[in-house]
Design a protein around this ligand. Structure first.
Ligand code: GLP
Length: 240
């Protein structure tokens, strides 16, 4: 696990954004695994700017998002689909057919997860997976558990996740469940970029990097991945 520490979130956005931009230029048909949340926003801003001045194209890029809330309309401002549209997709020339999401509004969760697992394999697996970390060590919506899950699955969100994410839900109540890629899907990515910023992430970051590898801190499994770089600001890195 490589760890890089930066002064602030903006600097991480520039670093990770330029790294992703050169990966896209090098392989215009790259398959990206994308994350939502505050952590990747500066990176998406950086990429959006390059697209707006014609210095980068997402025309042939394929994306798979990590997770989506259950029973939240896709058009709701808090769906992860809306988040990605707002912060990245609408600002690029990406082909909508190349954008992949788990459908949290399916009436057959199992089939939907199987479909996603299959699509990932058909796309040739993820070249670069972007991740954030929850304050409880979750990645995607893989919450602390007794064992790791291989493929995509439905999860009941923990109290701590519901509390952290409820700040965004002022109109509709925060969903109780989500569909998420499993740890197996995430670990199949060829390269992983993890971003964590802010004081609230200190404990989770320490457990991920220096703690025991255990599904009780899902992100700790990243210690076993051959190509992970963790980008931290000084606040998130303070306990290392
Ligand atoms: C959410 C998402 C994760 C994200 C994490 C951290 O619950 N499901 O994919 O990485 O929380 O979010 P933030 O970057 O806003 O701290």
């Amino acid at each position: 696990m490589k760890v890089e520490i930066f002064e602030n979130a903006e600097q991480i956005g520039i670093k990770v954004g330029s790294q992703l931009a050169s990966a896209i230029r090098h392989n215009p048909k790259i398959v990206l695994g994308l994350a939502t949340g505050a952590s990747p926003i500066p990176t998406y801003d950086y990429l959006s700017k390059l697209c707006s001045v014609g210095e980068l194209s997402f025309k042939d890029v394929t994306t798979f998002n990590l997770d989506e809330y259950c029973h939240l309309p896709r058009e709701d401002k808090n769906s992860y689909y809306s988040f990605m549209n707002e912060h990245l997709f609408s600002k690029t020339d990406i082909n909508p057919a190349n954008i992949h999401f788990l459908n949290g509004n399916t009436d057959n969760d199992e089939k939907e997860c199987e479909r996603y697992n299959r699509m990932l394999v058909e796309a040739g697996l993820i070249d670069i997976q972007l991740l954030g970390i929850g304050t409880n060590g979750h990645i995607g919506f893989n919450e602390p558990a007794e064992k790791y899950t291989k493929g995509a699955f439905k999860i009941a969100l923990t109290e701590s996740t519901r509390k952290s994410n409820s700040i965004y839900f002022d109109e509709n109540p925060m969903p109780t469940h989500a569909l998420t890629m499993g740890i197996g899907n995430i670990m199949s990515a060829k390269k992983i970029i993890m971003i964590a910023t802010g004081e609230k992430k200190q404990q989770a970051v320490k457990a991920m990097i220096e703690g025991e590898v255990t599904p009780k801190c899902p992100a700790s499994i990243l210690q076993f991945h051959p190509s992970v770089t963790v980008y931290l600001d000084k606040a998130a890195a303070a306990l290392l």
